[in-house]
Design a protein around this ligand. Structure first.
Ligand code: GLY
Length: 404
């Protein structure tokens, strides 16, 4: 009997020790080393091909590969550049160059949707940042000009999905994700491209701020506009649960987007707006700081999570913490980013020996059953970007603590 009581007392302690991720300590450089191990596993699996890894569904162990026109094509080369930045390994650099340069044809074709920024800035943007190769800059500027052809001056935003105009009767549609692609326009305008690119990006940011978010700061996925009057018609969803709910990754794109827009413009209206839309996301996060795929999905807590949304927000918050004019808020954003990264770096979210990706448990398109509870390449991209940002902040301040 006594033994049973002792065992009963010990079991929760042992269980906690074995399964509670909080018992692991989070070290940013160890996590970057982990990413490097996983990158090498992927390279062993795929070598240098003309296709790019995009996801690993729950039931499989190997990457699904896509061609360069897929919206996710820029993330794998981007990951290789961040890994090269950490390891300084010339072999990784050679792979990064290969996977970047196979995307070059994208800069020579027309814009079929807004994703050109994701594809070309995550790849060539990082490539230029780390190598200074002028040919890469040319690719970015050319692609920015192509992306700008989707701009509608009557509405003041870029058209996101030309293919949905007739299909959905959305005459001019702009999705919240599109904010991310403005970074390539801002960059190109400041690095030898046309000044018009800056004006287009600024207009898109202002019009989106006016129409795409509800009073409480949560976002619609899609804003539909009239092409004659330029007026906002309605906010709807495509990848979220319902028109009036907060799709987790959409809100994450908004947070990252307005942080970047404030960095590029210096206009404090955008800083205050980034704070507002961050607040509604952080307030509603579950305890492990990884949201369900939609904050208002009806089956919570039995809905799939979206680790990609947390990775995007962690990266954004690290930048926002440095841009803040309110020191307390800046400190809170940095500490929150670290806590998110700590959670993502636990056994609950890292793929470790099960798959060659960095992270598990992202959700791509739940309403059509696509990529539900999967490893997805953009979760890995923003995870390694966030880790890289944190490593730089810690090395600049000479500390591993979460103090500013
Ligand atoms: N930009 C597409 C997505 O977030 O699923």
């Amino acid at each position: 009997m006594k033994n049973l009581i002792v065992a009963g007392l010990l079991m929760p302690v042992l269980f906690c020790f074995c399964t509670n991720p909080k018992s692991e300590s989070f070290d940013v450089n160890q996590s970057l080393d982990y990413c490097n191990d996983q990158v090498n596993k992927t390279l062993t699996e795929i070598g240098d091909t003309n296709m790019l890894p995009t996801n690993i569904l729950d039931s499989v162990k190997h990457w699904k590969m896509v061609e360069i026109r897929a919206w996710t094509s820029g993330f794998w080369p981007g990951i290789l550049w961040y890994d090269y930045e950490h390891t300084k390994n010339e072999e990784i650099k050679a792979h990064a160059i290969h996977y970047t340069e196979i995307l070059e044809p994208l800069s020579r074709s027309r814009a079929t949707d807004h994703d050109l920024g994701f594809k070309v800035f995550c790849s060539f943007g990082n490539a230029y940042r780390l190598t200074g190769n002028e040919a890469y800059k040319e690719v970015i500027i050319r692609t920015a000009d192509t992306l700008a052809t989707l701009y509608n001056p009557v509405v003041g935003t870029l058209l996101s999905w030309p293919g949905m105009v007739k299909k959905m009767d959305w005459p001019h549609n702009t999705i919240v994700d599109n904010l991310m692609n403005l970074e390539m326009l801002f960059w190109a305008s400041k690095n030898g491209g046309s000044k018009d690119l800056y004006d287009i990006a600024l207009s898109h940011a202002k019009v989106t701020m006016q129409n795409h978010f509800r009073e409480d700061g949560s976002s619609y996925h899609v804003a539909v506009y009239d092409t004659i009057s330029g007026k906002f018609i309605k906010g709807v969803t495509h990848q979220g649960y319902a028109d009036n709910t907060m799709w987790a990754r959409g809100q994450a794109w908004g947070i990252y987007g307005y942080t970047m827009i404030y960095r590029e413009t210096g206009d404090k209206t955008f800083l205050r707006f980034a704070e507002k839309i961050t607040d509604v996301f952080l307030k509603r996060l579950p305890e492990d700081r990884v949201p369900y795929w939609d904050f208002d999905a009806p089956g919570i807590p039995n809905e799939p999570k979206d680790a990609s949304a947390s990775a995007i927000v962690a990266s954004a918050l690290l930048e926002l913490s440095q841009l803040e004019d309110n020191a307390e808020l800046g400190k809170k954003y940095k500490q929150t980013a670290i806590k998110i990264l700590e959670s993502l770096s636990s056994a609950n979210y890292q793929s470790r020996d099960t798959k060659p990706s960095f992270l598990l448990h992202s959700t791509g398109h739940k309403p059509n059953g696509g990529e539900v509870d999967a490893a997805i390449i953009y979760a890995d991209y923003y995870y390694i970007e966030a880790l890289t940002r944190l490593a730089k902040l810690q090395s600049a301040s000479g500390t591993k603590s979460d103090e500013n």
